[in-house]
Design a protein around this ligand. Structure first.
Ligand code: OOB
Length: 555
């Protein structure tokens, strides 16, 4: 990323500071303040384990000291691939304390995705669990390291749980327990410096974390988020959701997902002095038990979870009285489901249309039911700039459909180290081309009506069609391939791979095994494989995916 080109101008930065959006405080310093303000309040709950704000602050110091002993310092990137456990939060703030930069990976990512993240970010370390959901992450890390020269692969792998015997693998427990006086675990200079002790000397304008984009190209892009912009993201959402120190947020969706982490999620809750409860799995049984036990007030879901939650609530065996607001986003929520959810759980529903790149739209808690159920909300910041344009880039009137372009105080101006992609992903005046087709209502609310980007949204999981197509073509029997999203009752969309083959086409299982072998995350395997004699083309010679989807529905 060329800082001069792909960031906010001096004038814009000054405006965002003057407006109070950018407060000039790093996350490391914010945690220190939170500990001073709310020391004895419970910040974090995971099963039977609890951390007050003072505990969390002290733990961040401990983790930071251990990481520093491994040579991690200001500006260093560290890939964090952890499931929903407290350690995600401990590691995250430990890194912030050093001015180091967490790279948010998803638990489902495999060799190809993690290898790519490691290469692009130049990560010095990775943090993984030993095993999770019957998968061994140490083996994944071994494979990633084997594929890269030592100079280009992470020096250290921190393992939550049993690190095994591999050289360079260290246990998280040992790392956090190591004090500067226990040599062999941490280097003697591992004590934190007295200056920058809150944040390793980081600047609030520095990149604080890297998020993964849903992707539209062969390789996923990294999204740089600064301390200033990301804290504003969380705070602006927290204000709309009226968070305070009584808030108890249940993290059901993966913590690495921007929605659960900062919209307002983890960060919004902690910045407000509330309590974060992590759910180890997204089932309504697990979640409802936590709602009862911890008095959860707010949570967030993707649409496919909504039906399960509504069904389980109907059993009548749970007391969900504390739960006030349920956010739903990441994919389009059908209006009928939105109308059912509120009464079924006895909550206020909030639709969330957001993106890792920045812009977050929320329906307001006091919006009339029709807006809550039939729109995807409106921007959280008065300084979010929205333009809806036609195919020629000309603004369309309110109510008409067009591509959503946006810029503002927490929307990126450029992907990380992606100079070429940045030339087309933004307009010359810095608007991000979302690839989403929306209608804007006179109230400012947006209705998502479609998409022009080559991405499939499988119930909130984003799949870049090109990334999968490239790997399908590696299969010896496949000569041409197109991955298409088609309407699906349960997930909104499911993936269909249209393949042209020399002989008989491989079945769904064989294709899944092939993609797994290629190192792709399992959720990217097509739900269906359809053999065709050729792929239809549009007038400009692109694969005509709309025609493919239509013909499939007609069969
Ligand atoms: C969230 O973030 P990403 O980066 O995984 O995906 C962003 C894309 C959007 O551009 C849009 O295509 C789609 O996901 N999307 C929705 C939606 N919310 C996101 N499409 C229809 N209706 C919605 N409510 O998905 C994300 C990030 C922060 C908060 C919430 C979601």
């Amino acid at each position: 990323m060329t800082e001069t080109q792909h960031t906010w101008s001096e004038a814009e930065s000054a405006r965002y500071r003057a407006a109070g959006h950018w407060e000039g405080v790093t996350f490391g310093a914010r945690l220190r303040r939170a500990a001073a303000d709310h020391g004895n309040r419970v910040a974090l709950v995971d099963g039977d384990r609890r951390w007050t704000y003072a505990d969390l602050d002290a733990e961040a110091d401990r983790v930071a000291r251990g990481l520093r002993g491994l040579g991690v310092g200001r500006g260093d990137r560290v890939v964090v691939q952890l499931p929903n456990r407290a350690e995600f939060v401990l590691v995250w703030f430990g890194l912030q304390r050093l001015g180091a930069v967490p790279v948010h990976a998803m638990p489902g990512h495999r060799r190809r995705e993690i290898g790519h993240l490691v290469r692009v970010s130049g990560a010095v370390a990775c943090v993984v669990p030993d095993r999770h959901a019957r998968f061994d992450y140490r083996e994944l890390m071994r494979a990633v390291r084997a594929e890269h020269e030592p100079s280009r692969s992470p020096r250290t792998v921190v393992v939550v749980g049993d690190p095994g015997q591999e050289y360079g693998f260290v246990s998280f427990e040992a790392l956090r327990a190591a004090s500067p006086s226990s040599p062999g675990r941490a280097a003697p200079d591992a004590a934190l410096p007295t200056t920058g002790a809150d944040d390793g000397g980081a600047d609030p304008g520095d990149v604080a974390l890297l998020l993964l984009s849903g992707g539209t190209t062969g390789l996923p892009k990294l999204i740089p988020r600064t301390h200033d912009d990301y804290a504003y993201n969380a705070r602006a959402c927290a204000e709309v959701c009226a968070l305070d120190d009584q808030t108890v947020y249940l993290a059901v969706l993966p913590l690495g997902f921007n929605f659960a982490f900062a919209c307002p999620g983890v960060l919004g809750t902690l910045l407000a002095g509330g309590t974060l409860v992590v759910a180890p799995d997204p089932s309504p049984q697990t979640a409802f038990a936590l709602v009862e036990r911890e008095g959860v007030t707010l949570t967030s879901l993707t649409p496919p979870l909504v039906t399960h939650w509504v069904d389980e609530a109907a059993s009548g065996s749970w007391d969900l009285g504390s739960l006030a607001v349920v956010q739903v986003g990441g994919a389009r929520l059908p209006e009928e489901q939105a109308r059912k959810l509120g009464p079924a759980l006895g909550v206020t529903v909030q639709q969330v249309f957001g993106m890792a790149e920045g812009l977050i739209n929320l329906t307001r808690l006091d919006d009339p039911e029709d807006l809550v159920c039939a729109t995807q909300g409106r921007p959280v910041s008065p300084d979010d700039e929205i333009v809806v344009v036609d195919a020629d880039g000309r603004p369309v009137p309110d109510g008409a459909a067009g591509e959503l372009l946006t810029r503002g105080p927490y929307t990126l101006r450029g992907y990380y180290r992606a100079e070429e992609h940045n030339r087309t992903a933004f307009t010359p005046d810095g608007y991000y081309r979302t690839g989403d087709v929306v209608r804007r209502l006179p109230t400012g609310h947006l209705v998502v009506v479609g998409r022009i980007k080559d991405q499939i949204n499988r119930g909130g999981e984003k799949i870049a069609a090109v990334e999968v197509e490239e790997q399908l073509l590696v299969h010896p029997a496949i000569t041409a391939a197109a991955l298409v999203g088609v309407l699906d009752e349960r997930r909104g969309e499911r993936t269909v791979a249209f393949v042209v083959c020399d002989g008989e086409a491989p079945g769904v299982r064989e294709v899944a095994a092939h993609l797994k072998e290629r190192g792709l995350a399992e959720y990217k395997a097509p739900d269906e494989v359809v053999q065709v004699s050729g792929l239809p083309l549009t007038a400009v010679g692109k694969v005509d995916k709309a025609t493919l989807a239509r013909e499939l529905l007609r069969r």
